[in-house]
Design a protein around this ligand. Structure first.
Ligand SMILES: *Cc1c(COP(=O)(O)O)cnc(C)c1O
Length: 368
């Protein structure tokens, strides 16, 4: 059995440091806000090359609070991709605005900057590029278009901790960068957690206020806020894991390169394209195959934990029906949803396991 992700293997390798971090927080009895969180926020901001970081309850809240901090609300539109996890668009609705989708590039599966112009209107307040599967979007083009139209960029970097574009870390390009530390992400907590990074002190301060009941002081509430704080136990754990992130991402990249060596030349398998200037961190290694559902069934039957990210684009989900989109509106995303297959790529995998997975994939693609 090879699972899609293996958190037990990861935690075994750092078990004593995790135990120590948890014990330190228990001893301090400081669980919500405080020194442990401030320290991790500093570390993560520095890691991303941003001036500020504000820990929040999860990645979805990171997006909601960032949008609200930018003043996005009722009557506004926010442009994003239909080929992403639901949270990218949910956050727009929770902020009070309306998601507007643009189709993706067939090669990278990221939002296509060439289609942005058509999606922007006078109501557009922000663009949310999603660095899907760990590959940065074409941020130079996106930032240029955003500046031209005077709209903000909020990066959904929930799958791209440590990825770089033109040498710069994701999360540091836009007005705000939003990360999730859901356990299965490249940097994951032992539960839910998230963060907003920003180079603007004003935006960081607004998020800081919004995450804590809209207050700056104990019982002085400036705005109606939320209860969405990254707690100290998670911050201490994340601090331990952040020290390993580059090494883990490097191993993911090595695994991806090995898959490419093994699968290149098999015309049934579409390999993920990496755009120029992008440093992919392979949160997921996603290939495209014909008759995908049958391949999934066969591979799972042989003990390989493959995944499908995502089986349906958001404009065809019942939850977003009211946006009024229909089949055929975003053909590139729809085709991708029918063909994508995620292979295990977690750092602790061995080369032998990758060879076995590739072999099973080849076998599963045979006609009979
Ligand atoms: C995981 C994820 C989120 C949401 O993060 P949570 O911490 O689960 O709320 C948002 N966007 C994308 C692309 C994600 O993969």
């Amino acid at each position: 059995m090879i699972p899609l992700i293996d958190l037990k293997a990861q935690h075994e390798s750092i078990r004593s440091e995790l135990d120590e971090a948890v014990a330190r927080v228990v001893d301090s009895s400081e669980f919500v806000l405080g020194g442990e969180l401030a320290r991790f926020e500093d570390e993560f901001a520095r890691y991303c090359g941003a001036a500020h970081a504000v820990g929040v309850g999860n990645g979805t809240d990171a997006l909601i609070l960032a949008l609200k901090a930018l003043g996005v609300g009722e009557g506004d539109e926010v442009v994003t991709t239909p080929f992403t996890f639901s949270a990218s668009a949910e956050a727009i609705i929770h902020a009070g605005a309306k998601p507007v989708f643009v189709d993706i590039e067939a090669g990278t599966l990221n939002l296509d900057p060439a289609r942005l112009d058509d999606a922007l209107s006078l109501r557009t307040k922000a663009i949310i590029p999603v660095h899907l599967f760990g590959q940065p979007c074409r941020m130079d083009a996106i930032i240029e278009i955003a500046e031209e139209h005077g709209v903000a960029v909020v990066e959904d970097s929930a799958q791209a901790h440590g990825a770089r574009y033109g040498g710069r870390r994701t999360g540091s390009f836009g007005a705000a960068g939003c990360f999730s530390f859901y356990p299965g992400k490249n940097l994951g907590a032992l539960g839910d957690a998230g963060i907003v990074v920003s180079s603007s002190r004003m935006i960081a301060e607004r998020v800081r206020m919004l995450r804590d009941h809209g207050r700056k002081e104990k019982y002085t509430h400036e705005v109606v806020g939320f209860n969405s704080r990254l707690d100290c136990l998670q911050a201490a754990v994340l601090s331990v894991k952040l020290r390993r992130l580059d090494e883990w991402n490097e191993r993911r990249r090595k695994h991806a390169a090995h898959y490419r060596r093994l699968l290149t030349g098999d015309e049934r398998v579409g390999l993920p394209e990496v755009s120029e200037g992008a440093e992919h961190v392979y949160h997921l290694f996603v290939v495209r195959v014909p008759d995908r559902d049958r391949v999934v069934e066969r591979m799972r039957g042989e003990g390989i934990g493959v995944g499908v990210h995502y089986p349906a684009p958001l404009h065809l989900q019942a939850s977003f029906r009211e946006l009024g989109y229909g089949a055929g509106d975003f053909p590139v995303a729809e085709k991708a949803a029918a063909e994508v297959l995620s292979l295990p790529v977690y750092p602790e995998l061995s080369e032998t396991q990758i060879e076995f997975i590739s072999e099973v994939l080849g076998r599963s693609l045979q006609r009979r």
